[in-house]
Design a protein around this ligand. Structure first.
Ligand SMILES: [Zn+2]
Length: 203
């Protein structure tokens, strides 16, 4: 495969990018010139050298010394009785920017499409269970998933996964209030919508 086809193939694996757009990206890079391409290569290299995954919430964050937990998980001021489960890092960022949530997070790394036969392949199931296990003071798990078919399916799966253990430990499971109107996604919701969704969460 020649380099143009090869990079086109790589870009077309990006979320929401089809083969034609992927090819346009490749030609854009060719037109941009060698310096610009070198800068992009450096930035991608820095993703490997400077970004690590938090061992607790699984989000990606900038390496700071020898810390293995991110700034949220290692902040002792955060409310350790509340854990919010989100699909992706971008959802966590949106909630964090709204400033409405004082607790801790867990990033699933995806969602579960309807009819998926092996849901555990789509999300970080084992890491989630061990995260919950380790949070001794946990009193509430908030399922903050998109109001889409995949999000709702993921919610159903998580409830069946967590229900008995949560009942045993007297942990409440809640969901965001559906002021997050049907079809809306957390990543694209404004801070006020997220604040209301959190305030109106139901059990
Ligand atoms: Zn973390």
């Amino acid at each position: 495969m020649n380099p143009i086809d090869k990079l086109t193939e790589i870009f077309s694996r990006f979320p929401g990018i089809g083969p034609r757009q992927a090819r346009r990206f490749v030609f854009f890079l060719l037109r941009e010139g060698a310096d610009s391409r070198a800068a992009i290569i450096r930035s991608i290299g820095e993703l490997s050298s400077e970004i690590i995954q938090c061992e607790e919430c699984m989000r990606f964050f900038s390496r700071q010394g020898t810390l293995i937990a991110c700034s949220i998980c290692s902040n002792i001021e955060r409310d350790r009785t509340k854990l919010m489960i989100v699909s992706r890092d971008s959802d966590l960022d949106a909630v964090e920017k709204s400033g409405a949530f004082p607790g801790l997070y867990f990033v699933l790394g995806g969602s579960i499409p309807i009819l998926e036969k092996k849901p555990e392949r789509r999300i970080r199931k084992d890491a989630l269970l061990s995260r919950i296990e380790k949070l001794a003071e946990l009193r509430e798990i908030i399922l903050a998933l998109n109001a889409t078919a995949d999000g709702e399916n993921t919610e159903v799966y998580l409830r069946s996964l967590l229900d008995s253990n949560a009942t045993e430990r007297k942990i409440e499971i809640s969901v965001l209030g559906r002021g997050l109107s049907s079809g809306l996604e957390i990543e694209y919701s404004d801070p006020d919508t997220l604040k209301n969704a959190l305030k109106n969460r139901s059990h």
